[in-house]
Design a protein around this ligand. Structure first.
Ligand code: NAD
Ligand code: UGA
Length: 292
């Protein structure tokens, strides 16, 4: 049993992580600026010292997610992804921390050869990806100069119950259930290594507790499909005819994301395995329950 602080605890991935850690018997305090966490407050202004007393593991999921908004909302990305991270790391100086786990992203890669490896190039094509890559570098800086043990988990497009409403599957299930057209950016041939949320949570829990430190680690679902293939599955699951409205490609969207998960397997001893169709059924049931 260990003591965790989880930031972003009221969010999509955070709410699942808190449940899983508590189910495993850990002592967890969740913080978020939205209601739904044990401590409600903004990490940019909260007094962090009392929150960190006795904490062995910090999982920093709070941040400003979403690729496509990051051109127009850059200050929110700087604050959410960089300033919160720096403020936490600074407050962790000289504390007996066992691990700081940063939520990073496949968006750090950009248009590099896939499957992407953590020791290969990272050349973001969105401001979002850039702020997350910079947050990884901040962890590395505090690791080298202040001895803070860290890992950065590069999550690849996570989905499942409670997925953020701005993300593709949420929008598409809602559109299908409302009889509205599904919007796709570009021709739908872009590829995503979709990752089921329970797998992302297991990887996170194990990466915190295992000895690995000082590196980024890919967390990819292992079922890379095109947007069009994903929509075919959604049509089959909902049993509804789906109309598609094609929009121009979205600036900052990568053509392809595919994770090399050798490091995850070697250092963390786990690899996501939930088949996309099974995870999509879980998400669909959640949307139905929300509407009931
Ligand atoms: P989310 O928006 O559901 O959760 C993030 C939470 O952080 C929100 O509840 C928000 O209120 C909170 N937050 C943001 N800024 C804060 C602040 N200053 N103080 C306190 N709380 C703050 O997002 P998510 O999809 O659960 O993603 C969690 C993390 O994982 C994010 O950092 C995101 O960038 C990263 N990530 C997500 C995905 C994905 O596919 N969902 C993929 C890669 C990386
Ligand atoms: C997701 C998350 O939103 C980011 O927070 C995260 O960091 C990122 O994954 C990542 O893995 O790095 P994204 O892949 O854009 O970003 O996730 P979705 O919103 O689920 O989009 C998946 C694909 O569907 C993208 O190619 C997007 O262009 C497309 N899409 C999305 C549409 O065609 N139509 C939509 O209405 C929404």
């Amino acid at each position: 049993m260990a003591r965790f602080l989880v930031t972003g605890a009221a969010g999509f991935i955070g709410s699942h992580l808190v449940e899983a850690l508590r189910a495993a018997g850990h002592d967890v305090v969740g913080v978020d600026r939205r209601p739904g966490a044990d401590v409600v407050g903004d990490l940019l202004t909260l007094d962090l010292a009392p929150l960190l007393d006795g904490v062995e593991y910090v999982v920093h999921l709070a941040g400003q997610p979403g690729v496509r908004e990051s051109w127009s909302q850059f200050p929110a990305y700087l604050a959410g992804n960089l300033q919160t991270t720096q403020r936490l790391l600074e407050s962790l100086r000289d504390r007996p921390l066992k691990k700081f786990v940063l939520a990073s992203t496949s968006s750090v890669y950009g248009e590099v050869p896939m499957p992407a490896r953590e020791d290969g190039p990272a050349m973001p094509v969105s401001p979002y990806g850039l702020t997350k890559l910079a947050a990884e570098k901040l962890c590395d800086l505090y690791g080298r100069t202040a001895g803070i043990p860290w890992v950065a988990l590069r999550y690849f497009t996570v989905y499942g119950p409670r997925q953020r409403p701005d993300m593709a599957f949420s929008r598409w299930f809602n559109a299908a259930l409302d009889g509205e057209p599904i919007q796709i950016y570009g021709d739908g041939s872009q590829l995503r290594d979709f990752t089921y949320v329970a797998d992302a949570v297991t990887a996170t829990q194990r990466a915190a507790l295992n000895p690995v430190v000082g590196v980024p680690i890919n967390v990819g679902g292992g079922s890379a499909v095109t947007v069009r293939e994903a929509i075919r599955l959604i049509a089959a699951i909902t049993g509804r005819p789906i109309r598609i409205r094609q929009l121009p490609p979205a600036p900052g969207d990568m053509r392809e994301t595919r994770a090399d998960t050798e490091r995850l397997w070697r250092e963390v001893g786990f690899r996501p395995s939930t088949p996309l169709e099974e995870g999509l059924w879980q998400q669909y049931r959640w949307h139905l329950a929300q509407r009931a």
